[in-house]
Structures are given as C-alpha cells and as structure tokens.
Design a protein. Structure first.
Length: 444
C-alpha cells in the first residue's frame, strides 16, 4: 500500500470540513500506539504531527527497551514489572527490538555490591527469569572500577517503532498526516473543531471530531491551554542529551551502565551499529522546543565518560541529540520524578503525559479504554496494538519514501533508516541521491 508524498497530498485535498471519531494530535510513540489500536477497532481516525512522525522525543531517547533498574532502586516495583513484561513482549515479537547485554560497573562511590546483587536478582525475577547475578573481576580493564555484573535488557530503533505503528494504522484504514500542526481547538455542536496548518505552506484546514487525543508529548500543555485556558499542573519537562562517538574508540560489545563520578547519576554507553551513544543528562527546562545540547551538557557527558575511556577527545564527537521528557510529578530533582504516566480528561480532550517507549502498548491500551468510555463504545484492546506492516526486500529508501511517507532527507536518515544514530558517516554520502529521488517524486 502506498503511503507517500502523493497520498499525503490527496489526503490534504479531501481534509477540509471532514468529520472523524477521534483526532490524535502528536505522532510520537503515544499517538501512534493509540491510533493503531483505534484503527484496529474500525474507528475514523486522523493522526497529525506538526513535524515528521517521531520527530519529537520518540526518536531522541536512549533507545532502550528496559525495566529500568533505577526505577526499581527508587521502589517503583509495579512500574518495573510492567516495563519488563512489555520488554519481553517486544523482544519476542519485533525483529528490530534486540537483546542487549549490559555491564554494570562498580567503583567506590557507586552501588554497593550486595544491594546490586539483590537488585539484579529481583530485576531478573520480575522479568520472568530465575537467574543469580555473577560478579566478575577477571579479564576486566576499565580504570578505577573494581568489576562488573552483567545483565540482559534490550534496545531498539525508537523512531522505527513509531513509524511501524503509524503505517500499521494507515493499512487498517486511518488517515495519518505529518507536517500538519493543530493550532486551535474549540467545542462546537457536541464536537471539537480543530484548525490544522500545513507546515509546507499549502493551506489551513478545519476538521471536527468527537474527541481529541492530546498526545503532543512535551507540547501537551500548549494544546491543553488552547482548549481549556488552563494548564496541567505538575507537568514537567526534562531535557536529556546524548553524544555519539565512533565505536572503535570504545572497543566494547556489551552496553555499559556506570555512575558519573561528577554527581553519581546513572549513565549508559550503548553500542549501535558503527557507533556508541553516550548519555544522558536530566535537566528541568521550560521550553518544549529546546532541542539542542548545551555546552554544559556536552562537558558533563564528556567528563563522565572519560572515566571509562580517558583518551576521549571532543574532536571525536560525531554527533549529538537531545530529547525532552514529558513528566508528571513533583519535586526538584528531575531524576526522582516518577516515570509513570498520567491521563487528564477535560471536556472532549484526553491528554497523556509520561508514557515511555517501553510501555507504550500497555499505556495505549489503558488510554483506549478511557477513550471507549468517552465515546460510549466498547473498544477492543486485547493483544493490541499490533504491527501489521513489515518492510519487504525492496530498497529501504523506496520503503521510506513510498510506504512510510518520509518527505525530507532528515526524515529518511534519522527516522526511517536510522543512519544518523548508527553509522559513522551518519548517511552524509547518501544525501545527494536522496535529495534527487525526493525532488523527482515531488515533480511527478
Ligand atoms: C533523553 C531521553 C532518553 C529516554 N530514554 C528512554 C529509553 O531508553 N527507553 C524508554 O522506554 N523511554 C525513554 N525515554 C522516554 C520516551 O522517549 C518518551 O517518554 C516518549 O518518547 C514520549 O513520547 P510522546 O509520544 O509522549 O512524545 P513525542 O515523541 O515528543 O511525540 C509528541 C509529538 O507531538 C507532535 N506535536 C506537538 N504539538 C503538536 C501540534 N500542535 N500539532 C501536531 N503535532 C504536534 C510533536 O511534533 C511530536 O512528534 C527517554 C526520554 C528522553 C528525553
């Protein structure tokens, strides 16, 4: 089935004045997961994103599918159990979710050996495995560290997970349009009327829907304020940045978890194809559009990781990226705000804050049940959302452009092929040929 710049154009031509059961604002993991379930239920759904699908936080995470040892250490047992259950499902069902071994390093100021032993044992158990952790010192060479435990988790291409949910929704009958911003929401005749603006300058549209799902991630309060003139108190934004290095500088097979000697925060070194990704930071911010890594963050990550690879130099950074965590909770320490999610229903708008990539399926099911209550209809959620789209053997660029609605070079390199996050050259040599192919498509 085609899902491309051409189908986008014809969807836009038919859009003005159209009525939907549900308008989903935000094509990150939350909006995509919900749309996928609602599509399987045969509802009339429009999903819009003001950028590309997954262009917000959902392509800028640490790309781990994990229970979060840190959440366990903070006492969030139920959340960790849910995340591990979801991790196991995704590992068993999606070929781009892959098992990853983690070496967790011990030094003087970090976790104590017995508490980590117990924590990992419990983590394995909650993940469905009776496995005793094993402490290792032999053949072990990180300077300043005494040894390591090794445990299993998983990693993925976060954006690809979103794209697969979006395309699955389209295959099941929904309309999904990227680069279309929802700019205002008004109650009108028992429905909500929403104004949408094409970010490529091709006009404005009005649609109506019985309800609006506000899955706009860091921007949830922008849409919420427009509709209610209030804001969701306790919603917080925390920025997290990562630096990308060449993999050969690190010479590792397993991912590494360690505590920064600067402030004892947990950090990760994650191998991805030809590179490693090192992060992350956790800083409260006010502006949801703040998507650049600051110099202070870069120095923090560099200084922290130099404890493991002392010879690392700033010149060896090949890329960086930042994401904004939409969180719901209180407290002054971003690291301690719960990573569980919050649902707000006000009038005909349902807003969601704080779903992780890992538990998007479980969260989407809970949210869809609430949507069913709002619509006074029974929504089937069992075994959903399902990925019904699978790439074939064709050229991945053709899949990206013709079946996954990539519209720009960045859409292709970051959110369809992932080269920005897993290749040393970040796909730069392909830019010209991708540009040519896109321009031929636009002129057809
Ligand atoms: C640094 C970092 C590391 C993380 N690591 C992990 C991890 O390893 N594992 C994990 O499970 N989770 C991780 N997370 C958490 C996870 O990435 C996020 O919780 C999740 O991606 C949030 O998804 P979302 O759909 O709510 O938001 P987003 O992905 O931001 O999606 C919201 C979308 O809404 C769109 N939008 C906004 N306003 C409008 C509008 N008016 N009209 C149309 N569209 C609009 C935006 O363009 C955006 O694409 C991490 C988060 C960060 C920041």
């Amino acid at each position: 089935m085609e899902f491309s710049c051409a189908t986008r154009k014809s969807d836009l031509e038919k859009l003005d004045g159209k009525e939907f059961d549900v308008l989903v604002v935000g094509g990150g993991i939350v909006g995509a997961g919900i749309t996928n379930i609602l599509s399987a239920n045969g509802l009339r759904i429009l999903l819009v994103d003001k950028g590309d699908f997954a262009s917000g936080t959902s392509s800028n995470s640490s790309k781990l599918i994990h229970g979060g040892l840190r959440y366990l250490a903070q006492g969030h047992l139920l959340l960790t159990r849910e995340l591990l259950k979801e991790r196991n499902y995704l590992l068993n069902n999606l070929d781009f979710v892959k098992k990853m071994k983690f070496d967790i390093l011990i030094d003087d100021g970090s976790w104590s050996r017995p508490s980590l032993y117990f924590g990992l044992f419990l983590y394995n158990l909650l993940g469905g495995k009776f496995k005793l952790p094993h402490f290792q010192t032999e053949g072990y060479s990180y300077p300043g560290f005494k040894g390591k435990f090794t445990y299993d988790d998983a990693s993925t291409d976060d954006a690809l997970l979103v794209i697969h949910n979006v395309v699955s929704s389209v295959i099941q009958g929904s309309t999904a349009i990227n680069y279309l911003e929802a700019t205002s929401f008004k109650d009108k005749d028992e429905k909500v009327e929403t104004e949408l603006i094409d970010k490529f300058g091709n006009g404005a549209y009005k649609v109506t829907s019985k309800i609006v799902v506000n899955a706009s991630g860091p921007w949830v309060n922008v849409a919420y304020r427009d509709y209610t003139s209030r804001q969701i108190e306790n919603m917080k934004l925390s920025k997290g940045s990562h630096i990308i290095f060449k993999r050969d500088k690190f010479g590792l097979n397993n991912a590494v978890a360690f505590r920064s000697h600067l402030d004892r925060r947990q950090m990760f070194i994650i191998p991805k194809g030809e590179v490693v990704i090192v992060g992350t930071t956790d800083r409260f911010i006010d502006n949801p559009g703040e998507s650049e890594m600051s110099e202070e963050e870069r120095n923090y990550i560099l200084d922290s990781v130099r404890k493991i690879v002392p010879s690392l130099d700033q010149k060896e950074i090949i890329g960086s990226y930042s994401g904004i965590r939409p969180l719901y909770g209180s407290g002054d320490d971003p690291g301690r705000v719960t990573r569980d999610f919050h649902i707000d229903i006000t009038g005909k708008m349902i807003s969601i804050v704080g779903v992780k990539i890992t538990n998007y399926r479980a969260a989407s099911r809970k949210i869809c049940k609430q949507i069913g209550t709002m619509l006074q209809t029974n929504i089937r959620v069992t075994d959903l959302p399902k990925i019904v789209y699978k790439r074939g053997n064709e050229d991945p660029l053709e899949s990206a452009l013709m079946k996954e609605c990539a519209l720009t070079v960045e859409d292709v390199l970051k959110r369809r092929l992932g080269y920005y996050y897993n290749k040393e050259d970040q796909g730069k040599p392909q830019v010209k040929s991708i540009e040519d192919r896109i321009s031929r498509l636009n002129n057809q």
